[in-house]
Design a protein around this ligand. Structure first.
Ligand code: SAM
Length: 650
């Protein structure tokens, strides 16, 4: 399977129309593309009326194939911003197999000056051509770009769609897309009254939609086109709407990310934090490195970290706080080790990241990028960099002040569900908060509840050392990682490390020791110039230590909380070979209603937690997941129960 995506190759037809040589078809008419798109898609889905009819708390979801230049999206977003009621939310899902590159898109959008504002907002977040899901934010509107073939991606989507735009080139030019499967999945995701419109009037499309349950009409096409199709879904499937509020326990990067993603969807969120401020514990280091943790072969883990990285850097850019993010780039050195170099080559091959986001560099190139002499080459991540963790947590929590309430000094000891509401209590049995949805993002305390004590959480102590900048280290421009990491100085200090100490028992704190500093200096001395450490003595160093939590497969734990005892019963067949994991429908597995887990990020919380938060918010609000089905299964909190059963150890 090809993990990389091929961007669109564009050209212009003799009559000046934007043309795709791959599909031998045009994107739109140059002189009246805007009018045609408005007519076919916006008017024939009756969007103006429907947007006007929405109320606060309502969500309207549109799905499109394919995104192309984004013209339909620009027009829809513009209409939404003019018409929709305050507090209503638009979710626009669009599939694209060959994404138009940002430079091309910019040129195309320049033809539509009336839509300059929405175009600018889109271009500012436009993702690189990385296969998979990308979530972009436009205030009350959200765009999920699904880069890949719709035939592969649509089956993974679970949500409800109100209006469909079928715009994937003419059926005769692109028969692979207009298959029965497309109509079947449209039906699966439609509710009574969902509408569809398309520029084509092809009989096969009409029949396909009819067979799937749409009432279809042929109507006048735009301009010289005689006909087009519109349709309405007829079957009695009601639209469901998520309402209510949520509690998030923990105001580290995991909790802050969940609160941010929920608030972006209009939810009211109470965040309970036992410490006096947000971004404490593992999220309290002075700097954190944000870069993707890739794998040497194609894997769900590699896919998750790639998209987590793309998502986090997009959020950091959007938060627009210059103290928050420094795009210093990251150089991951191979230390001249042939086996490591081979592993890195595997990573380059198996990641969806394009060359502009990840490339191998030799020693000379690495030295040039870093600005200091290096002993080996490795991998270069130009978009990676340094984040200020505590500020990151605070910025996420403060981005929607009307929606998020942080209650610090509130130690949650017990959780309990009664009549569809979660109650969170303190040690004295006093209720701290109540809500329909509850997210546990409690770091090392994730297993501190009877609902979660099945998790095989591991505790790792980690210490960083604060090294004073000197004349040699001041030249450093990129974060260097090998066994540990060494970032450029922030206000005269390199916050570097880290030690890695597996602990036998659960712990919430870890001491800073001289031994820890010694370990860091030995490790860093292995790949950095000796001049960086001139005059440094471990006994004089300052530092910080904390606990990171992880699980045996080193992926995070994100999603609905299984009812462990029920899973052991329901899936006991795994132990006897009577059942395979493939036969289990995770969507139907027994979970604690309204309870979600978000944790076990190891040392990658800054990169991973924002996407995890997005996933939990999507689950709570009924939006499409921002990760593939494979990734969702790989990070599912219930996976350990299934594995234990398979090993026959339960
Ligand atoms: N709606 C677009 C706009 O507003 O600019 C124009 C869409 S253009 C006519 C058709 C798009 O569908 C192309 O960008 C093409 O790459 C995409 N496409 C074609 N087949 C596809 C498939 N199987 N999966 C996803 N996208 C596909």
């Amino acid at each position: 399977m090809n993990v990389k995506i091929e961007p669109a190759i564009l050209s212009y037809a003799v009559d000046g129309r934007l043309y795709s040589p791959a599909f031998d078809d045009v994107y739109f008419q140059p002189e009246d593309g805007v009018a045609e798109s408005s007519y076919v898609f916006l008017q024939h889905n009756n969007l103006e009326e429907r947007f006007k009819g929405l109320r606060a708390g309502d969500v309207f979801r549109i799905a499109e194939c394919g995104f192309g230049s984004g013209l339909n999206f620009l027009l829809t977003l513009d209409l939404w911003q003019r018409m929709a009621a305050k507090g209503a939310r638009l979710y626009y899902l669009s599939f694209e197999k060959h994404p138009v590159q940002k430079t091309d898109m910019k040129k195309i959008h320049a033809c539509w000056p009336d839509y300059a504002a929405v175009s600018q907002a889109l271009l500012a977040q436009h993702p690189a051509a990385v296969k998979g899901f990308h979530r972009l934010d436009f205030g009350s509107a959200q765009l999920q770009l699904c880069l890949g073939d719709i035939t592969e991606m649509l089956p993974q989507i679970k949500t409800q769609i109100d209006a469909w735009y079928l715009d994937g080139f003419a059926p005769a030019k692109n028969p692979a897309m207009w298959r029965e499967g497309l109509f079947r999945h449209m039906a699966r995701l439609s509710v009574q009254g969902s509408t569809v419109s398309t520029f084509t009037a092809a009989g096969a499309v009409k029949r396909g939609l009819q067979a799937a349950g749409f009432y279809v009409e042929k109507t006048r096409g735009y301009g010289k086109k005689r006909d087009m199709l519109t349709g309405t879904y007829q079957r009695d499937i009601p639209k469901t709407q998520t309402t209510g509020s949520a509690i998030v326990i923990g105001a580290g990067i995991a909790g802050a990310s969940c609160a941010y993603a929920l608030a972006a969807r209009g939810m009211h969120v109470t965040v309970l934090e036992k410490a006096e401020e947000a971004g404490n514990a593992a999220s309290g280091n002075p700097v954190g490195v944000v870069y993707p943790r890739l794998t040497a072969a194609v894997s769900a883990a590699g896919d998750f970290y790639t998209h987590a990285f793309c998502h986090t850097t997009r959020i950091l850019a959007r938060l627009e706080n210059e103290k928050l993010w420094r795009n210093s780039s990251v150089l991951m050195l191979d230390g001249g080790d042939a086996a490591e170099a081979k592993r890195y080559a595997g990573m380059v091959k198996s990641t969806a990241l394009p060359e502009e986001m990840l490339r191998p560099v030799d020693r000379k190139q690495a030295t040039e990028i870093a600005g200091i002499p290096l002993a080996s080459g490795g991998l270069y991540y130009p978009d990676a960099g340094l984040v200020a963790p505590r500020e990151f947590c605070t910025s996420l929590l403060e981005a929607f002040p009307a929606q998020v309430t942080l209650r610090s000094g509130a130690a949650a000891e017990k959780i309990m569900r009664q009549d569809g509401v979660w109650h969170v209590l303190d040690a004295a049995g006093e209720i701290l908060a109540e809500a329909e949805h509850l997210v546990l993002a409690t770091g090392p305390s994730l297993t501190g509840f009877s609902e979660t004590d099945f998790l095989p959480l591991r505790y790792v102590g980690g210490q960083i050392s604060y090294l004073p900048e000197n004349a040699a280290s001041r030249k450093l421009k990129a974060v260097i990682t090998q066994d540990g990491y060494f970032p450029p100085a922030v206000e005269g200090v390199h916050y570097t490390g880290a030690t890695f100490e597996k602990l036998r028992a659960k712990a919430e704190t870890h001491p800073v020791t001289e031994k820890g500093h010694r370990k860091n200096l030995t490790m860093l001395g292995g790949f950095l110039p000796a001049a960086f450490f001139d005059g440094v003595t471990p006994e004089d160093l300052q530092g910080r230590a904390g606990i990171r939590t992880s699980v045996p497969d080193h992926l995070p734990v994100v999603g609905k909380c299984p009812v462990a005892a029920q899973w052991l019963e329901d899936y006991a067949g795994l132990s006897y070979g009577q059942l395979t994991e493939k036969q289990i429908d995770l969507d139907k597995a027994e979970v604690h209603d309204g309870l979600y887990l978000c944790g076990a990020f190891g040392s990658h919380g800054m990169t991973s937690a924002p996407l995890a938060g997005e996933m939990i918010a999507a689950q709570i609000c009924g939006d499409p997941l921002p990760v593939s089905e494979k990734v969702a299964a790989a990070i599912h909190p219930g996976r350990f129960i299934l594995r234990a059963l398979k090993r026959n150890q339960s």
